[in-house]
Ligand binder design. Structure first.
Ligand SMILES: [Zn+2]
Length: 255
């Protein structure tokens, strides 16, 4: 399995990251995307990946960073892209859940789409309560590609993102008993467009809902989707692994 989205630099892992990584390996997780989302965490995500070769670093500016100077964020990000081997731009996107100026969010997001095209990198998209605006911005740029991370929108919107060529990644919420929408989305996403993730330390899947999430739990996401789609779990594992490798151009051995 590949956990296509985790934040292992988070302080929740300060005391036992070696064990967390060992448990991931023991549960057949062989690669983890180390996803940054700010000036500070882009550094942390990269540094961790230098220490653990199963981690593949990304860098981006989360929409909540739009409270800071946008120009400065973007200059910092482009410098980072130029000077580091990274595998995606993100997470970036739009988040209307919190009160952050929407215009500034859109500028920050759109400029990252342009960077992704300029450097031919996939995008990792965060979208919360902003699915229509997210779609409209991505649609403007036919050359951009990537993944809708921990996708939480409707199946109708999922089809539109698939039309743009985007992958759909599902995480813990697909395992929640009352999660009708993510289960519907799981049922309609074509196998060759599906990724799995944890978003550790957030959004732990059943039966660990509410606890700290970690990459070894990605197996619960895989199990649930294999039931929903009625696809053999080993086959689904192989397919989602290949999708992730293809999207992010992951080498077999990074070290
Ligand atoms: Zn995340």
């Amino acid at each position: 399995m590949i956990d296509s989205h985790a934040h292992l630099f988070s302080e929740e892992f300060n005391f036992d990251l070696d064990e967390v990584i060992s448990r991931a390996k023991a549960n057949n997780v062989n690669k983890i995307m180390s996803v940054g989302f700010s000036i500070k965490t882009n550094d942390l995500a990269y540094d961790l990946a230098s220490k653990y070769s199963m981690l593949y670093p990304t860098c981006g500016m989360h929409p909540s960073e739009a409270i800071y100077d946008i120009k400065e964020l973007l200059t910092n990000l482009e410098d980072f892209i130029i000077n580091h081997k990274i595998y995606a731009i993100g997470e970036c996107g739009l988040d209307y859940h919190y009160d952050v100026d929407r215009n500034k969010q859109k500028i920050l997001f759109e400029e990252q789409i342009k960077l992704a095209i300029k450097y031919n990198l996939p995008l990792i998209i965060h979208s919360r309560d902003a699915i229509n605006d997210t779609y409209e911005l991505l649609k403007k740029y036919p050359k951009c590609y990537g993944v809708m991370h921990c996708y939480s929108g409707s199946k109708e919107m999922a089809l539109k993102f698939l039309d743009l060529g985007f992958y759909i990644s599902l995480g813990g919420p697909v395992t929640f008993k009352n999660a009708k929408t993510p289960k519907e989305v799981a049922s309609i996403v074509p196998l060759d467009k599906l990724l799995i993730e944890t978003d550790s330390p957030y959004l732990a899947p059943m039966p660990n809902r509410g606890k700290r999430n970690e990459p070894s739990y990605v197996r619960y996401v895989l199990e649930e989707i294999s039931k929903i789609k009625n696809v053999d779990i080993l086959e689904l594992d192989k397919i989602t692994e290949n999708n992730t490798i293809k999207l992010f151009k992951l080498e077999a051995n990074r070290a």
